[in-house]
Design a protein around this ligand. Sequence first.
Ligand SMILES: Nc1ncnc2c1ncn2[C@@H]1O[C@H](COP(=O)(O)OP(=O)(O)O)[C@@H](O)[C@H]1O
Ligand SMILES: [Mg+2]
Length: 271
Amino acid sequence: MLIALCSAKGAPGVTTSGLALALSWPRGVVLAELDPAGGDVLAGYGRAQLTVGGLAELELVARRGGLAGQLDAHLVQLDTAGRARLLPGLADPATARHVDWERLATALASVEDGAVDVVADCGRLRVEHFPAAVVRRAAAVVMVTGSTLRAVRAAAQAVTELRNEGNGPAPPAGGLAALVVGPGEPYGEREIGEALGVPVVGVLPRDARAAAVLSDGAPAGRLFSQSALLRAARSAAARLVGFAAAQEARLTPPPTTPAAPAATVGGGRGR
Ligand SMILES: Nc1ncnc2c1ncn2[C@@H]1O[C@H](COP(=O)(O)OP(=O)(O)O)[C@@H](O)[C@H]1O
Ligand SMILES: [Mg+2]
């Protein structure tokens, strides 16, 4: 399943939340850093110790054909169990205009024939070269928002724009949802869900210590996995998987006519 995370103006926390979710995902997952403003995880959580081509290099090989078959070589392991992997984002945001988001969205929607989920950090809505094609293809599109009036208002506007109806990118086929970072400032889950008109699939507390591990590579320490942020991320990840699966089921029509033999489905990975 492809799941897109994005934010409205001035609502930070997408990358940190995406990383917390990926590390807490109940099954295999790829965190794809698609923010056209550039990737952060290698320099932050990765403490600049990992190097890999990532999105920029993948884009170059994709031009020669066979993106799906090449993806694996561009992923970095995020956890020791090997369940979470990272597609590092652009080192140079100036290259965002060269990325073919449509082609990438198609490849990401079927990583390992759907056995692995993809959580795509799409960054802020409305920025130039925003990966709208990825949002359109995703089973679930999650608006990451704070809980201040300013944040909720901006997120509500962004949801309206996404649903749109008019001048925005085509509305996503999948379900829209919200993830609240730092609830109670002053609004809570229920109020935010009502204001946005979408289900809230998770609530992550403000937890500066754990967030610094994720966004700036601060030493994790023994208690990191038991931090308030990681505990909340585990429950948010489980809820999000459930939400996205329901949306995907809604999007995938039940097989009626005799289908192609299973062996050929997804077998056409060109190299
Ligand atoms: N749940 C949280 N609690 C405390 N600080 C957070 C939390 N989420 C993010 N932050 C902090 O906010 C800042 C911006 O986060 P980041 O994820 O990079 O935002 P974005 O990707 O939306 O630009 C970072 O310093 C990060 O540590
Ligand atoms: Mg970010």
